[in-house]
Design a protein around this ligand. Structure first.
Ligand code: PMP
Length: 358
């Protein structure tokens, strides 16, 4: 990094993955699982995902035909877009948006139709969505818990989306990379919970985010059989098979539900530790509802543009965050910086000390 600042910018943990999970990978390698895995992923992992989806969302996904293991959520998203978006197709997405959707749409000849979310908490105005739907709309991309805002879609939001799409052949691409990171008693509203949405959705998830191993690039996609068939036509020739020993390890680890059920508490404690220090600073905030990102507002400190303020934070104060305007339509700037709190206690305390001095 240019200024060697404390890095709370990029979304990855600075603490290790569970040594047990790492041991499972090692075991799988020693046991000889070092050759190609099946194209759609090993059955035991797909079965474990299916069991988790049923337990958490009451949804039944057939491990054989409706689940595919991918190289992280990113590949799942790209493959889903490539399988369904043809030149001239319109794809509705919400700004601020994670940065991999629009390039994937464009490379396939699709037309991104961005809708700016409203307010400093970034909520969807469903009337805007109704107006944006056209005969060319092929897909709507949603992301909850939401990067970069830390907001989550409510049950009401999901019902509005379901009602808007009823009777159309519009697909939903649901990026649920942070499905287990939801706080303060909120619950994750997966598309899998809403039958009419589930029937038109490709759901993408990330083991890297879930199990503090972003460098492994492991994820998956679930979708009804007909959609998954199309997804696999692209996956087969773009990826063929995903890292085998890691799949063995994840299959075993997923069968211990505590490994993901304890995540909301684990990350909420980190968020609260971070916020207890920020409370003594001049930054303002609303605690995030999900993800491991917290937005801090600095309008009481400076009138600078957020890109300039973020640059100065790194240069003068030695802390790096991400200015939110870069994810917005027309660089809309609410004077907010995103900080990642997936960090060990010492890092969060150091961050707190720095932020209090600004
Ligand atoms: N979606 C969102 C919203 C993300 O924040 C990220 C990671 N930053 C991804 C997808 C990509 O996940 P993966 O590393 O599993 O490809």
């Amino acid at each position: 990094m240019q200024y060697e600042a404390l890095n709370l910018a990029q979304g990855f943990p600075d603490f290790p993955a569970d040594p047990r999970l790492i041991a499972y990978v090692n075991e799988a390698m020693v046991e000889g699982y070092n050759q190609y895995a099946p194209m759609s992923g090993i059955y035991s992992l797909r079965e474990a995902i299916s069991g988790k989806m049923e337990a958490l969302y009451g949804a039944r996904y057939d491990p054989d035909k409706e689940i595919t293991i991918t190289i992280g959520a990113t590949q799942a998203l790209f493959t889903a877009i490539t399988a369904f978006i043809y030149p001239g197709d319109e794809v509705i997405l919400f700004k601020p948006a994670y940065d991999c959707y629009e390039p994937a749409i464009k490379i396939n000849g699709g037309i991104p139709v961005p809708i700016q979310m409203e307010g400093k908490d970034f909520h969807i105005n469903w009337e805007d969505v109704r107006k944006a739907i056209s005969p060319k709309t092929r897909m709507v991309v949603i992301n909850s818990p939401h990067n970069p805002s830390g907001n989550v879609l409510s049950e009401g939001d999901m019902q509005q989306l379901q009602a808007l799409l009823k009777g159309t052949d519009i697909l939903v691409l649901s990026d649920e990379a942070y499905e287990h990171l939801v706080f303060d008693g909120h619950t994750h509203q997966s598309v899998a919970k809403f039958p009419d949405l589930a029937s038109r959705s490709l759901l993408c998830a990330s083991f890297g985010k879930t199990f503090h191993a972003t460098g492994w690039k492991m994820g998956y996609c679930t979708a009804p059989e007909e959609l998954m068939g199309e997804f696999r036509k692209v996956h087969e020739f773009n990826v063929f098979a995903v890292n085998h020993p890691t799949q063995r390890a994840l299959a075993k680890y997923l069968r211990e539900p505590e490994n993901y059920l304890q995540l909301p508490k684990f990350f909420q404690e980190k968020r609260d530790l971070f916020l207890s220090a920020v409370r003594q600073s001049r930054f303002k905030f609303t605690p995030c509802k999900g993800t491991y990102f917290q937005l801090l507002e600095y309008e009481d400190i400076s009138g600078e543009r957020d890109v300039d303020f973020a640059e100065r934070l790194a240069r003068e104060f030695g802390i790096a965050g991400i200015p939110i305007s870069v994810f917005n339509t027309g660089q809309l700037d609410h004077r907010q910086i995103r900080f990642c709190f997936a960090k060990k206690r010492e890092t969060l305390e150091r961050a707190g000390e720095i932020l209090k001095k600004i």
